[in-house]
Each structure stands twice: as structure tokens, then as C-alpha cells.
Design a binder for this molecule. Structure first.
Ligand SMILES: Nc1ncnc2c1ncn2[C@@H]1O[C@H](COP(=O)(O)OP(=O)(O)OP(=O)(O)O)[C@@H](O)[C@H]1O
Ligand SMILES: O=P(O)(O)OC[C@H]1O[C@H](OP(=O)(O)OP(=O)(O)O)[C@H](O)[C@@H]1O
Length: 230
């Protein structure tokens, strides 16, 4: 009857997640060797640790295979349709901050807003006979945001990495991607639209609504929340 807690197994979110729990008296520890993706939480009983890719944690929470999970708030919104009905935010952890934004070439001097982008997109289609391409790995969030803001004449092209390079490589005209310092955008001659912020993300502890929550699980969760001060 243990609670399964999923945390990122590597990358920028893992160490800070371990630090965040550590600062609250809970030690996250991998079982056995470094390659093993299971572990324990010391400082409280009844919680087992699963180390997973940050990108997989949202689906595992939605499926109820994890009771709790730490991942970026952007990844949950992107990967789980209707996430707010299926998961609950227990705590924002204050690290892993990054903004998902729409960016266009700096050379587009008359394009500063989504309205401008909409106008350019319509003109682009008339001139080229195909829709302006926006490259992203955040398909759901980008589509929802552009729909909400009345931008319609575009197509999404999938880009799973190095997205800022697509404009220079002429495989897309604009991008929707994560930025933190803004350096990668600048280095690739791109600028953020003034109203182009889709989501401000940070590492967040989520609770699954789909996991089994017995009396024992709930009691453990309460003890955990008390320990974490959330
Ligand atoms: N500078 C940044 N660039 C990209 N993502 C960032 C940045 N800063 C914070 N993040 C956040 O980190 C999370 C992604 O982390 P990471 O790339 O380690 O996970 P991942 O996509 O699961 O990768 P992998 O599948 O390789 O494990 C997202 O929530 C993202 O918002
Ligand atoms: O605003 P900045 O501080 O320049 O950071 C943003 C960059 O960092 C991330 O890339 P990552 O290193 O995760 O590689 P990726 O292209 O595989 O996503 C993100 O996708 C941007 O490319």
C-alpha cells in the first residue's frame, strides 16, 4: 500500500527535485546502482520512488500508475488533455522555470503581436500557396493558444529539438518553443511576440486523480504534505 512518487530521472529537473525534497527532510535515493530507476524516500514511510523521463510523468499520472509526480507544468498541459480534471497541482517548486513562447524572425520589423502574425499568415498563404509554418514540439498548447487568439492561417510542423534552427534552415517561418535566458532565440535571429507568451512553466508536484487512493494512501499523503509544508 505504498504511494508511488515519480520524479525526473535525469536532466535539469532531477537534481533540483532531490534538493527540494532534501531541504524538507526527505531524502530521495536510488536503489542499488546508478542505472536503476527505482528508489526510496527516506524520512517517511510508505512512499516509493520511480525515476522517469520528465516527459513521461504526465501520462503516468493521468493513467494512475503514479500517485504523485514532479514535472514541468508545461509538460502536463501539453501531454494530458483536460489535465485540470485529472490531476491536481499540490505545490509549485520554484525551479525549472521556462516560458513557452511564439517567436518570429527579427527581420519581420512590422510583426510584433499575434494580430500582426495573423495578417502575415494570410498574406503568406496568398503569396506562397501554402500556410505559414510554425515549428514546435508543443502541439496542443500552441494550437489551443493560437485558436484562442484568432490566428488560423498556419500549419504546425513537428520539431523535437533545436527548434530555433528551423527558420534559418527554411523549414518553418516561426516557432513555438521554450526559452529561459532568451539566448538561443537571439543567436538564431528570432524575437518573441509581445503577446506571445503561451505558458510560464516551472517544476510542479502533481497528484493523480486516477490512481488508487485507499485510506492508507490518503493517510500517507497527509503525512507527506505536512512534512513538505504544502
Ligand atoms: N532552458 C530550458 N530549456 C528547455 N526546457 C527547460 C528549460 N528550463 C526549464 N525547462 C523545463 O524542463 C522540462 C524538460 O526537461 P527535460 O528536457 O529534462 O525533460 P524531457 O523533455 O523529458 O527530456 P528527456 O525526454 O530527454 O528526459 C520542461 O518542463 C521545461 O519547461
Ligand atoms: O532561452 P535559453 O536559455 O537559450 O534556453 C532555451 C533552449 O534550451 C532548450 O533546449 P534544450 O537544451 O533542452 O534542447 P532541445 O532543443 O532538445 O529542447 C530549449 O528547447 C531552447 O532551445
Amino acid at each position: 500500500m505504498t504511494i508511488r512518487l515519480g520524479v525526473p530521472s535525469k536532466g535539469r529537473l532531477m537534481d533540483k527535485t532531490f534538493d527540494w525534497f532534501g531541504a524538507r527532510g526527505l531524502t530521495l535515493r536510488k536503489n542499488g546502482n546508478d542505472r536503476e530507476y527505482a528508489g526510496v524516500v527516506e524520512g517517511i514511510g510508505g512512499v516509493e520512488l520511480a525515476l522517469l523521463s520528465a516527459g513521461e510523468i504526465p501520462r503516468e499520472l493521468a493513467a494512475g500508475r503514479l500517485h504523485l509526480g514532479v514535472t514541468g507544468s508545461d509538460l502536463v498541459r501539453e501531454k494530458v488533455a483536460g489535465w485540470d480534471l485529472r490531476l491536481r497541482e499540490l505545490a509549485r517548486l520554484g525551479f525549472g522555470g521556462a516560458d513557452l513562447v511564439i517567436a518570429v524572425p527579427q527581420g519581420w520589423v512590422d510583426v510584433d503581436t499575434l494580430d500582426d502574425l495573423d495578417a502575415v499568415a494570410a498574406a503568406f498563404r496568398r503569396r506562397h500557396g501554402f500556410r505559414l509554418r510554425i515549428a514546435t514540439k508543443y502541439h496542443r498548447l500552441t494550437r489551443e493558444f493560437l485558436k484562442e487568439h484568432g490566428v488560423a492561417d498556419y500549419q504546425l510542423v513537428d520539431s523535437q529539438g533545436a527548434t530555433e534552427g528551423v527558420v534559418r534552415n527554411e523549414t518553418a517561418e516561426a516557432i513555438s518553443d521554450i526559452t529561459s535566458t532568451g539566448e538561443t532565440l537571439r543567436a538564431n535571429g528570432l524575437k518573441i511576440l509581445s503577446d506571445g507568451l503561451i505558458h510560464s512553466s516551472q517544476a510542479t508536484l502533481f497528484r493523480s486523480g486516477a490512481a488508487q487512493w485507499s485510506e492508507a494512501h490518503r493517510a500517507t499523503l497527509e503525512a507527506l504534505e505536512e512534512k513538505l509544508g504544502i
